[in-house]
Ligand binder design. Structure first.
Ligand code: ATP
Ligand code: MG
Length: 472
């Protein structure tokens, strides 16, 4: 999409399509070189969206906005997922009311964000996200490369990255500023109609993830859109439109400009939404993992067993989510960074460092290296380190301490991690099974088992603890 296309008004012309859906052509005035935007309005009898599948709170928000004279549509993932016959994970609303006007209408709401201001309307545990229609930036977004333009509402870095995106506009402008065609469908819950400006329905039908407009320009404005492309392709099991895919290698380096905290938010969406294994595959195919975890990405590329461990962690996480079991980012992060920890650990041991301090330092180094690119809150980095350090403690099958380890609050995660290492092909000498058996015993019998294990090892002359081998 060219710069001018984003900054011009539209002419509108109504026509009737053969299937009864209403088509409205928006011809950008005086810009023949620009792509055509055609609004397709799909009436209630030609789509499968039913208000019964929409959150009552979202319906309430839209109806109050409409009754107050504003436009309000369900938009984004909710419309996409409803059209695919899925129940959406959340409900986003787009409106022409400014964030301030929205907060005046809802006492239970507050404005969040600076780069991109939105309103959260809270109903108990449910949050309805209300976004004001985004408009075109005065300087366009196609690389006029005016640094820091637009005062408080819009800011762009010298490289074209949008630092602030708070220019408000019309529904049509909002549609073309969204990321993917399948994410730019709107549902009018008053008239029961679906609005499609950018061939989103066609792409849904073709199962294709396609960026709206010129891919290089849209990725330059916001490189996180590349991560969103691979994430939605994995989540929806869609292919990626060839032009969208072709721009990723050209723009991938721009991900280095993204603040570490935003990358962490994106990391959570990539790997904790139930389709981490497929997302990992896409990230590796486009070589994007290195912008989140440079060292780990290198390790995974070089070592098949390291890759197997990470894949196993992702699949286990997906399974747990499917079974409604709790998951923690600490576990996935521990698996992703294990090859890096392993490399540091081996190096430190070669220099004569004893295992426990070597593992402690290796964990610290792996985390320090990562947080330059992607932040890891302490509430996750601490348990990660404990999981790694616990791997050494799990090597000990003797003594009261070993029997007591089962009661430790970090035991479960560390034991699961050990099983994962074995699942990925590491030979731990049957350690996983030993701990599985021990846990199955009543606590009072565990000490006897540990003692028996010690005697057996003594008899076989293996009294020394095996040197841990975190290499997988
Ligand atoms: P899900 O919530 O199922 O992960 P979603 O499509 O609703 O998917 P959100 O992250 O909730 O994704 O974003 C809501 C909508 O906001 C998107 O559908 C898209 O239209 C728009 N959007 C989000 N991030 C961007 C972005 N970086 N650039 C342009 N539009 C975006
Ligand atoms: Mg959403």
């Amino acid at each position: 999409m060219g710069k001018a296309q984003l900054s011009l008004s539209f002419l509108c012309q109504r026509s009737q399509s053969t299937n009864g859906a209403c088509m409205i052509d928006f011809a950008p005035v005086g810009t023949p070189q620009q792509a055509h935007i055609r609004l397709n309005i799909i009436p209630r009898d030609q789509h499968c969206i039913s208000r019964r599948n929409i959150s009552d709170n979202a319906l309430k928000v839209m109806s109050r906005l409409r009754n107050s004279g504003y436009q309000a549509y369900l938009v984004g993932g909710a419309v996409r997922d409803l059209l695919l016959g899925e129940y959406p994970k959340d409900f986003d609303i787009a409106t022409d009311a400014t964030p301030e006007a929205v907060t005046e209408l809802f006492r239970n709401s507050r404005i969040i964000g600076r780069r991109f201001r939105i309103v959260h309307v809270r109903f108990g545990r449910e949050i309805i996200e209300v976004t004001t229609f985004r408009g075109h930036h005065e300087n366009g977004s196609s690389g006029s490369h005016q640094p820091e333009t637009g005062g408080n509402h819009s800011r762009q870095s010298a490289s074209g990255l949008l630092l602030r995106d708070n220019v408000y506009g019309t529904l049509e402008e909002d549609a073309v500023r969204r990321d993917l065609t399948v994410n730019a469908l709107y549902y009018d819950a008053g008239k029961f109609e679906v609005f499609d400006h950018v061939h989103g329905l066609e792409d849904l039908r073709n199962r294709s993830v396609c960026i709206i407009g010129d891919p290089d320009q849209r990725f330059t404005e916001d490189p996180v859109r590349m991560l969103r492309v691979v994430r939605f392709a994995a989540k929806l099991d869609f292919s990626i439109d060839p032009q969208t895919a072709a721009a990723i290698p050209r723009c991938a380096h721009l991900l280095a400009e993204i603040p570490a905290a935003r990358l962490f938010d994106e990391f959570l969406k990539l790997f904790l939404a139930g389709y981490a294994a497929a997302t990992l595959e896409n990230l590796l195919a486009f070589d994007l993992l290195r912008y989140l975890f440079p060292d780990a990405s290198n390790g995974i590329k070089k070592d098949e067993k390291a890759l197997a461990l990470v894949q196993a962690a992702m699949s286990n996480t997906d399974q747990r989510i499917a079974q409604d079991k709790p998951v923690t980012p600490a576990f996935i992060l521990a698996a992703l960074l294990w090859p890096v920890v392993d490399a540091h650990f081996s190096r430190l041991q070669e220099r004569g460092e004893p295992p426990i301090p070597a593992m402690h330092a290796a964990g610290q180094m792996a985390i320090q290296d990562t947080i330059h690119h992607m932040s890891i809150p302490r509430r996750f980095s601490q348990p990660m380190r404990e999981i790694w350090e616990f791997q050494l403690r799990l090597q000990r099958r003797t003594g009261r301490k070993a029997a007591e380890l089962v009661e430790h609050r970090r035991f479960r995660a560390a034991y699961d991690f050990l099983l994962l290492r074995e699942q990925a092909g590491e030979d731990t000498g049957g350690l996983g099974q030993w701990w599985t058996d021990l846990q199955a015993l009543p606590p009072e019998q565990r000490l006897d088992t540990v003692a028996a294990s010690r005697d057996k090892r003594k008899r076989s002359g293996r009294t020394k603890t095996r040197r841990p081998n975190p290499a997988v």
